[in-house]
Design a protein. Sequence first.
Length: 331
Amino acid sequence: MKISVIIPMYNPGKEIVRCFKSLENQTFTDYELILIDDGSKDSAYKAVEKYIDGSSLKTKTRLVRQENAGVALTRNRGIEMAEGDYLAFIDQDDFVAKDYLENLYKAATDVSGEEDSPIDIVVSGYERVRSDGRIILKRDIKDAPWTKYTMITPWAHLYRREFIVDNNIRFLDTKIGEDVYFNLPAYTYTDSIVILKDRGYKWFYNEKSVSNVSHKTLDSKLDVLFLLDSVYDKLSQVDANDSEEMQYYYMRFVCWFMLYATRGSKRENIVDAYEKVFGWLRSKYPNYRKSRYRGFRMPNGEEISFHKYVAVFYLLERMHLLLFVLKLFGK
């Protein structure tokens, strides 16, 4: 098989039928489908099993069941099971355009016949789609050096399996940032990356889904230091932590994490998280406040809107006002 498509499942709803249908209609058929049920209720698992048995999928399909282990370990199991030359990940609620796999594979293999220089990663765009079919966000990927770091999700990518396996690139078993641990090493371990201007991946926005109306708070005991240390140690293996771009990425992540997780958290937990992440940042990058990307300059390919958040975030931190502002979002 040319591509192994890996779909982790947990109590899938009716949306997974649309996901399957989008795979049934692919113009590219040389792929295998690996479905890993991560401890769903019997009724949900049997519904998927029944659909697969009666579907018109024209490819090898494997449906396996396991005790609940979380999405990171489930995806890792999919990597171990995969037999294709390339890996593609799809989430159970999402779906893809009929030429999605074909476009990704063409981008990965159209390299002027240079067999000794295979493409390791293809990065594409996506669309955010509501249940009524309305597109609420279109995300095109610019062909710029930093752009790949704005796409940390495993979906909307194609990965060369041998590259992933040989470099022991896996998802981290953590409550937040498991995809950061996967994609940052993947991006820094190779220069063989292609940016594909395609929005074939459809990221479904389910208004009724719990994941779209709530978020993890600091009460969830998110171990952000475990994630940061794990990523830093992994990138140290290829001396990738010293660049200005990577320093900015860590600063960017700290900004995202604090804005994301403090909302609705207890104020004492906000203070604790603030001290932890900035203590970590100071220990690894003592001169982070002098980063040339902290102000108006930004890496080529960064999202302007997000860079504004980063600039204001660190301006407030420098003025010793950030913790006060963050606590306003707590309870």
